[in-house]
Structures are given as structure tokens and as C-alpha cells.
Write a protein that binds this ligand. Structure first.
Ligand code: FE2
Length: 277
């Protein structure tokens, strides 16, 4: 892929690229927008340095990619339901996203992407790991791919969000519970690239439909171990005002909490996605 308005420097063989030559606080021209979208499709997660955006500019950047998603349970700043606060500090008992996951996969239509802007980061520490679910799927044997091809799994949220947030956010319109759950295919096809990606994660996925609990635990355990393979990963070292934009349809991520009692703080805007198929 060639780029004319931005520079794209890959971070690893399978996933991740750092983008330079763009100011995300300004409205993007069509060519720049299209190249950022292409880079996201090619590298699955993209990173930007030295970005100064307020909440409105952050939301405007997200809206170029689609409607914004509202988290089912997390509290948000007054008047900004689309803003998710991310914070770890000396008072934290846990931080968000410490296990491999894709964001809010418990939703019927989970987010297509998440855009995290960190304003204050510990140095060193607080890196985020990203894993390519294309690479994870491709590395499975043909027999395992065949076994998984028609399987679906439940993604539940009460055991994840109940502990972390209680129910501090307002209930979303149309939700029957603050803790949604959904049945998704284990292998999904990316709606833009057409590539297959593994779509189970250690946080939300609880049971493979049609298997016994014991069978399901073994297969899910094997898949979650498989996702932990370093060749599928890249690791991003944040600095103040870095931005990461990941495609939840083909990646997972894990936030490292190695910085206690220092502070890591910022905001996430999340872009709505489609029902996985
Ligand atoms: Fe996350």
C-alpha cells in the first residue's frame, strides 16, 4: 500500500504501525481520512504521537469512522456519554483491560474500533499489548479451522463489568440489562478486508454453544493460550498525548499494569460496529 499524505512505519511483522504527518485535532481531508482508514485495515492497530485533542475533537475524529458507541455500564463525564475515562493510579485496586480482550464483545453489535488518547503516562510502564486475530486464525491447523467454522460462543459481561463498575452508568436505550450478552461466531469474517479472524477472548467469552461446559472450557482455554503467542503481537510504549486506534474486529489487546502507584490517565472514544458474521 502506498501513502501520499501520511507516513506509515510498521511496528512488527503481523500487526501495528505508527502514523506520522497528521494532526487529529483538525478535520481530516478526504485523502488523509482514506489513507488512515487504509492503514488501519492493513495494520489492524495504528498509533499517533504528540496529539492535542479535546473531547469534542476526539469525538469528531471518531465520527469520521462511524457512529459512536456508548458503553453499557461504565460511568462517563457529565454530558459526554461517548467518552470513557481510563485511569490507573495509587488508589486503583485493578485497572481496565488487564486480560486479553476485544472491547465490549458482549454487545450484539460490538464496537468496530476504539480510539484511546492518553494524556498522562508513567515512563517507563503502562504499555499496551496488541494481538492480530488474523495471524491467530491463520496459525490454527486445518482440522481446528474446520471444527470451529460453524461454532458460536457466548460473550457475557456481568462477571467483568459488574465487579469493575457496579452499575454506575445510565442504562442505554433498548438494553434490557446493564450487563448485555450475545452469541457470536468463533471465526468472523472482517466486513472490509474479507479476512477471517478468531473472535473469542478471555474476558467475555464464557461458553461454546453446543458443547458441554468441560469441552468448552478446554477448547476456549486452548484458544486463549494460542492468542498469547508472541509472534501475533506488537507492544506499544505510550508517551503523553499518544493515540492508539485499534480495529476490534481483528485484534485483541491487554493493558499492562506495571506502574503502580504511578498515574496513567486518558480517554477513549469507541466507534460502533456491526453484528459479527
Ligand atoms: Fe479494552
Amino acid at each position: 500500500m502506498s501513502y501520499e499524505t501520511i507516513e506509515v512505519a510498521p511496528l512488527s511483522a503481523n500487526i501495528g504501525a505508527e502514523i506520522s504527518g497528521v494532526d487529529l485535532s483538525q478535520r481530516l481531508g478526504n485523502q488523509t481520512f482514506s489513507e488512515i482508514h487504509d492503514a488501519l485495515m492493513e495494520h489492524q492497530v495504528i498509533f499517533f504521537r504528540d496529539q492535542l485533542m479535546d473531547w469534542e475533537q476526539h469525538k469528531a475524529f471518531g465520527r469520521r469512522f462511524g457512529e459512536l458507541h456508548v458503553h453499557p455500564t461504565a460511568p462517563s463525564p457529565e454530558g459526554h456519554p461517548e467518552i470513557l475515562t481510563i485511569r490507573g493510579d495509587a488508589k486503583s485496586k485493578r485497572v481496565a483491560g488487564q486480560h486479553w480482550h476485544t472491547d465490549v464483545s458482549c454487545d450484539e453489535e460490538p464496537p468496530m474500533g476504539s480510539i484511546l488518547h492518553l494524556h498522562e503516562v508513567p515512563v517507563p510502564g503502562g504499555d499496551t499489548m496488541f494481538a492480530s486475530m488474523y495471524a491467530a486464525y491463520e496459525a490454527l491447523s486445518d482440522s481446528m479451522k474446520e471444527f470451529l467454522a460453524d461454532k458460536c460462543a457466548w460473550h457475557e459481561s456481568e462477571h467483568v463489568h459488574g465487579k469493575r463498575y457496579g452499575h454506575k452508568g445510565g442504562m442505554r436505550d433498548g438494553d434490557e440489562s446493564p450487563f448485555p450478552k450475545a452469541l457470536h461466531p468463533i471465526v468472523r469474517t472482517h466486513p472490509v478486508t474479507g479476512k477471517k479472524a478468531l473472535y473469542v477472548n478471555a474476558n467475555f467469552t464464557t461458553l461454546i454453544e453446543g458443547l458441554t461446559e468441560k469441552e468448552s472450557d478446554v477448547i476456549l482455554g486452548m484458544l486463549c493460550d494460542h492468542i498469547d503467542t508472541p509472534e501475533f503481537h506488537c507492544r506499544f510504549a505510550w508517551r503523553d498525548n499518544s493515540v492508539a486506534f485499534w480495529d476490534n474486529r481483528c485484534t485483541q489487546h491487554k493493558a499492562l499494569w506495571d506502574y503502580y502507584p504511578k498515574t496513567r490517565h486518558g480517554y477513549r472514544v469507541t466507534v460502533q460496529g456491526d453484528r459479527p458474521v
